[in-house]
Design a protein around this ligand. Structure first.
Ligand SMILES: [Zn+2]
Ligand SMILES: [Zn+2]
Length: 424
């Protein structure tokens, strides 16, 4: 369709300058839609010579914008622009953010009128009213945030910190607040501390005698110890913890395990991570390293990491150790076959895994005790490597020493760091 032809067809509708110009929104750059209308009006006696080139700044006539309340599409909705911006501005009052995206829910009679006109004149060059409103409100909002709050903000279409959606009909703003994420590494200095909140299995969190009405099997977790000051600082709703694997509840972690913690619906984002570290470490149970703000996609990356780990294990035998057999422990290095351990069989599929023991050292402590340092591939079950788990792991320390052997204490003492974090 020619530009002129479309102008002629639009003649039969009563449209305001915004709505008329919006039907030509793809023509020319850096113009508002009403300026497009004015350029067309200026040329109305010479439409034969109106072309793409005509839509440029130097062709905009001097004019004041008037809004027509009888516009067949918008019914003068642009008159309410200031009120819309104020509504959204007020809804954001409590929040700190650096990226945003404004959305609007336009009354259906408006979008329907718009579509009816498109059916007649086509959709070439058009911009939907919704996009124009979002853009206009966004621009004004950004200006006000800077003027009134001194906030530097940017539009982000992919994952803005905050996404206010104005429902025009209901005159209400719905806020979608995206989580903020912190990436780092932790050490767990205490045994008997799970990584994340552990719900009481008996009452499933409702509270019962067994859990002393807390709803939790363990009263604390690494997550909760970090979350408490973090929620306090961000005024967030709750946290989600994503670890690069997890150590057993009864094992310490001294090897700095990678994690991402997510704060849902934070009010404050510009928090002091040094202060968070200090407050978490005050209790002497968890230490934090290399804290930094992170993007959402890091969660999946961290969860998929497969790091080699080194453990320190205190190994006890039922009977006196056989001195001659200790050197045979070397044989454990290499590939180990492990069937799914008995202790996790309720939640893991039954299968045989092959994992490598990469290095092994031991020191005799007394007649029935060894201290072992074992470096293993990700996924190697250490407790079973020691006990043999009724021959489900082969070879095992138990099997080589010819004694019933258990792992009494286990610490993760080193975790290989991903690229870029070697010096955490
Ligand atoms: Zn209009
Ligand atoms: Zn309970």
């Amino acid at each position: 369709m020619e530009i002129k032809e479309k102008i002629d067809e639009l003649e039969e509708y009563n449209l305001c300058d915004h709505c008329f110009g919006r039907q030509f929104a793809r023509l020319g750059r850096g113009l508002t839609n009403y300026e497009r209308t004015w350029i067309i009006e200026e040329k109305k006696d010479d439409l034969e010579n109106l072309d793409r080139e005509s839509f440029k700044k130097s062709n905009i006539p001097e004019k004041d914008l008037e809004i027509d309340e009888n516009c067949e599409i918008c019914r003068g909705i642009y008159l309410e622009m200031d009120r819309f911006v104020k509504r959204i501005y007020n809804s954001l009052e409590r929040y700190e953010f650096s990226t945003y995206l404004v959305g609007t829910r336009v009354p259906s009679e408006i979008t329907e009128s718009e579509e009816r006109i498109w059916e007649e004149v086509g959709i070439q060059w058009v911009e939907p009213i919704k996009s124009e409103l979002n853009r206009m409100i966004g621009k004004r909002l950004e200006k006000q945030l800077e003027e009134k709050k001194g906030l530097e903000t940017d539009v982000d279409f992919k994952r803005p910190d905050i996404n206010p959606v104005l429902d025009i009909e209901k005159d209400r703003v719905e806020l979608q607040i995206n989580s903020m994420l912190i990436h780092g590494f932790y050490n767990k200095l205490e045994r008997g501390l799970p990584q994340t909140e552990w719900t009481c299995g008996n009452c499933r969190g409702k509270g019962c005698e067994e859990c002393e009405w807390t709803g939790k099997r363990y009263q604390d977790s690494v997550e909760e110890i970090i979350a408490e000051p973090l929620i306090d600082m961000t005024k967030g709703l709750e946290t989600k913890f994503h670890g690069a694997g997890r150590e057993d509840v009864d094992a310490k972690c001294l090897g700095k395990r990678e994690f991402v913690i997510e704060v849902l619906e934070p009010e404050k984002r510009d928090i002091d991570l040094e202060k968070l570290k200090e407050e978490v470490e005050e209790g002497g149970r968890v230490e934090l390293y290399g804290l930094e703000f992170a993007e959402k996609d890091l969660v999946e990356t961290v969860k998929k990491r497969r790091a080699n780990k080194t453990y320190r294990a205190l190994v006890k035998t039922e009977e006196k150790l056989d001195e001659d057999k200790l050197d045979d422990l070397e044989k454990i290095k290499g590939t180990i076959k492990q069937k799914t351990p008995t202790r996790v069989s309720h939640r893991r599929a039954e299968k045989t895994r092959e994992r490598d023991v990469l290095d092994l050292n031991w020191k005799k402590i007394d007649d029935t005790t060894l201290e072992m340092e074992i470096k293993g591939e990700a996924g190697l079950y250490i407790k079973e490597l020691i006990s043999g788990d009724k021959e489900k792991t082969n070879p095992s320390v138990s099997n080589i020493l010819g004694k019933n052997t258990v792992c009494e204490e286990l610490d993760v003492i080193d975790i290989e760091k991903p690229e870029g974090y070697e010096n955490v």
